[in-house]
Design a binder for this molecule. Sequence first.
Ligand code: COA
Length: 152
Amino acid sequence: MTAELATEPVGPAALPAACALLIRFFREEGFATAPDGIARNLEAMLEDPSCWLALARSGGAAAGIVTVSIMRMVEHGLVAELGDLYVLPEHRGRGVARSLVAAAASWSRARGCSAIVVTVTPEGEARHRLSGFYDRLGFATTGRTIRERRLS
Ligand SMILES: CC(C)(COP(=O)(O)OP(=O)(O)OC[C@H]1O[C@@H](n2cnc3c(N)ncnc32)[C@H](O)[C@@H]1OP(=O)(O)O)[C@@H](O)C(=O)NCCC(=O)NCCS
């Protein structure tokens, strides 16, 4: 029998499970943020009303995570950005990510966002063919690129 899937917002009690998933995600994908930085940033997100995190559980065990943050801009008003999306390898291909993204979209819509966006890194594209995944979930390419200047 397939374990039942459920999605829930992350509160303080689920923070360690959320943190463990993100530490694993960052390690597997090669993101530089250290575990203590991940934990600090997650705690700050829980306190910030413009951010939201949700866990997917399979038969009660943590199976995936999504984080979303809202930005306010002149062009589109409020826009949500999917910051992190990760599903444990053994739970992939069962609609876990689809349900996490649906939950994030619904939270963002309820807060007045006009769109939800995501950044696909070249590494993510090479490893997981993320453009095909986001096509399936209705995210169109914009042709715009992201540039970054570090502020130290
Ligand atoms: C990408 C990832 C989140 C997908 O999770 P998942 O739970 O397996 O995805 P789902 O089962 O919900 O799939 C949703 C749809 O996308 C499709 N899909 C899933 N992975 C895909 C891929 N790599 N390429 C193309 N399509 C894909 C599924 O077939 C499904 O299509 P359908 O529902 O229309 O039939 C997961 O592979 C993962 O965690 N990868 C590593 C982390 C990562 O790269 N995260 C994204 C950061 S931007």
